[in-house]
Design a protein around this ligand. Structure first.
Ligand SMILES: NC(=O)c1ccc[n+]([C@@H]2O[C@H](COP(=O)([O-])OP(=O)(O)OC[C@H]3O[C@@H](n4cnc5c(N)ncnc54)[C@H](OP(=O)(O)O)[C@@H]3O)[C@@H](O)[C@H]2O)c1
Length: 238
């Protein structure tokens, strides 16, 4: 790795949007640390991208495990001494698995599990990596949110997922506010409805289309937007 090569961490990188984000960032010359909570799946995903000639390595990360985030930060400090990009992509959507989709039947354990991954997960990975960004006064943090978390036209159904993405957007605003005046930019993105295990086969977008705005924000120039919510490279309502 050259000293000028940027280092990017992607959570939930073994499949779907995280995998494609890893590929696209590596294609742009980034050293990508593809993380996954499953060693075998993460390793296989990284090897697939390495076979494409890309600078991708695997590191274990379960975003719900505080120790796991700390170990990742320690590994990065020793191996690279910096991190430039964090894509908080790992997420779950388990409202439907619970056999309910209405807030009238919302189960607290489904809410807890969803918020633990989609909100507290992103929070603690960010907390673990921000010191490394601060030391360099450079950082691009992209929180992969969803239009389903928009308060502006909040609909019914899937309450756990919706609430988690609204809360993730709040994290974006709070971090961006506390990082004002630094070169660490924090934004939320809605990738649109994308064909992945989570999005399902009927989704109109390919993963490559879905990650376009994620990669755009992850590679944004100094002085670009912070504390925003974007889809298709355009600001959208909270
Ligand atoms: N697809 C869409 O239409 C769509 C639309 C809007 C927003 N999004 C958001 O985009 C992000 C990626 O979604 P996707 O469609 O790519 O979903 P996906 O194919 O289901 O992939 C989700 C990824 O998150 C990982 N993950 C879940 N819990 C984790 C944990 N505790 N620690 C580490 N990784 C964990 C999964 O790992 P395992 O393989 O181990 O389960 C998997 O790699 C999510 O935040 C989702 O909410 C997706």
């Amino acid at each position: 790795m050259s000293t000028t090569q940027k280092v990017a961490v992607v959570t939930g990188g073994n499949r779907g949007l995280g995998f494609e984000t890893s590929r696209q960032l590596a294609k742009k010359g980034y050293q990508v640390i593809l993380t996954s909570r499953d060693e075998a799946k993460g390793q296989a995903a990284a090897e697939k991208l390495q076979a494409e000639g890309l600078d991708v390595i695997f590191h274990l990360l379960d975003v719900t495990n505080h120790e796991s985030s700390k170990q990742l930060a320690e590994f990065i400090r020793q191996q690279f001494g910096k991190v430039d990009v964090l894509v908080n992509n790992a997420g779950i959507y388990i409202d439907d698995q619970a056999g309910e989709n209405s807030i009238f039947d919302a189960k607290i354990d489904i809410l807890e599990q969803t918020i633990e991954t989609n909100v507290y997960g992103a929070l603690q990975v960010t907390q673990a990596l921000i010191p490394l960004m601060n030391e360099n006064n450079y950082g691009r943090i992209v929180n992969v949110s969803s239009g389903m978390g928009q308060l502006h036209d909040m609909d019914g159904g899937s309450p756990a997922y919706r609430i988690s993405k609204t809360a993730l957007n709040a994290l974006t605003r709070i971090f961006a506010s506390e990082l004002k005046g630094t070169n660490i930019l924090v934004n939320s993105v809605c990738p649109g409805w994308v064909k992945t295990d989570l999005g399902g086969a009927k989704a109109p977008r390919t993963p490559e289309q879905g990650v376009d705005t994620i990669v755009w924000l992850a590679t944004a120039a100094d002085g670009s937007a912070t504390g925003g919510f974007f889809r298709d490279r355009q600001p959208i309502n909270w």
